[in-house]
Write a protein that binds this ligand. Structure first.
Ligand code: FPP
Ligand code: MG
Length: 308
């Protein structure tokens, strides 16, 4: 009986064509992002916002939001504005992260960083503009969802971005830079906040918009926390093992900046094992959702396979 179940699971996982799914969903997200911002007066700020927003990337965050909404019976118009907002917020966090006052990076997604093209003042304002617009966009554009759910999604988004999420993680990251002995606890705080909080918001907002029960939200939130940490461990590994061409940004930055990373704490092999373990835990949370969870399950697997 167990054997049969295991076989069935394997067949289902291999039958799902993740590559085709990601290509299709990425195209839909890019079309929605493209339509979300029109260049108008003052042109420079809108061009700068569009420059980074349309610079490519995997669009994993919006895809996670759409996949979770769909898993729970929701439709694309219910979740697409929030999916776009998540990408706007992710993009603005990278624009600010790359600034000379923070990581001082010249390349992002294979292109010059925003401040290298538009100057620091405009890059700061482009980040601010994207952040504000993300919330406006969810409030104005969401369709077919009761207002209470939209409010809850906006509240979750705000929490994921602020001092309890991304901002808090970035602060501890900056404080820890160059410090000789960053503990595993501090490193986990940095990553669960700087990367994990927004990934969790993608899944949780998708679920809330679709009308998930509190138990479903909790379970999907644990799925997202696990893939969020696995994602960051893989990011640390790739900073060591991948090339600048593969990453589209400077490789080897963590070592150069003497940053604490999972490979520096555990070594490469143990880091890979931990990432795999987290992916397995994430997939276990999806069991009650059945076959509909195939995209989320395949995305979890993809996290340890990715090369950029
Ligand atoms: C990349 O990390 C940076 C982030 C994931 C987020 C950084 C957050 C901020 C700058 C706060 C932004 C402000 C708001 C209001 C959200 P990394 O430097 O480790 O990775 P990288 O190699 O891709 O740069
Ligand atoms: Mg950086």
């Amino acid at each position: 009986m167990t054997d049969t179940n295991e076989q069935t699971t394997v067949v289902r996982e291999t039958a799902f064509d993740l590559s085709a799914y990601l290509t299709r969903q990425k195209a839909r997200v890019e079309a929605a992002l493209d339509a979300s911002i029109t260049v108008t007066y003052p042109e420079k700020i809108y061009e700068s916002m569009r420059y980074s927003l349309m610079a490519g990337g995997k669009r994993l965050r919006p895809i996670l939001c759409l996949a979770t909404c769909e898993l729970l019976g929701g439709t694309e118009p219910m979740a697409m504005p929030t999916a776009c907002a998540l990408e706007m917020i992710h993009t603005m966090s990278l624009i600010h992260d790359d600034l000379p006052a923070m990581d001082n990076d010249d390349y992002r997604r294979g292109k010059l960083t925003n401040h290298k093209v538009y100057g620091e003042e405009i890059a700061i304002l482009a980040g601010d503009g994207l952040l504000a617009y993300a919330f406006e966009f969810v409030a104005r554009e969401t369709r077919d969802v009761p207002p209470q759910r939209v409010l809850e999604a906006i509240a979750r988004l705000g929490r994921a971005v602020g001092a309890a999420g991304l901002v808090g993680g970035q602060v501890v990251d900056l404080e820890s830079e160059g410090s000789p002995d960053v503990s595993e606890r501090t490193l986990t705080y940095i990553h669960t906040h700087k990367t994990g909080a927004l990934l969790e918001a993608c899944v949780v907002c998708g679920a809330i918009l679709a009308g998930a029960s509190p138990e479903q939200v909790e379970r999907l939130s644990r799925y997202a926390q696990n893939i969020g940490l696995a994602f960051q461990i893989v990011d640390d590994i790739l900073d060591i093992t991948a090339t600048q061409e593969e990453l589209g940004k400077t490789a080897g930055k963590d070592l150069q900046a003497n940053k604490a990373t999972y490979p520096s704490l555990w070594g490469l092999e143990e880091s890979r094992r931990q990432a795999q373990r987290l992916v397995e835990q994430a997939k276990a949370e999806l069991a009650p959702f059945g076959e509909g969870a195939a995209p989320l399950s395949a995305i979890a697997d993809f996290i340890t396979r990715r090369t950029n």
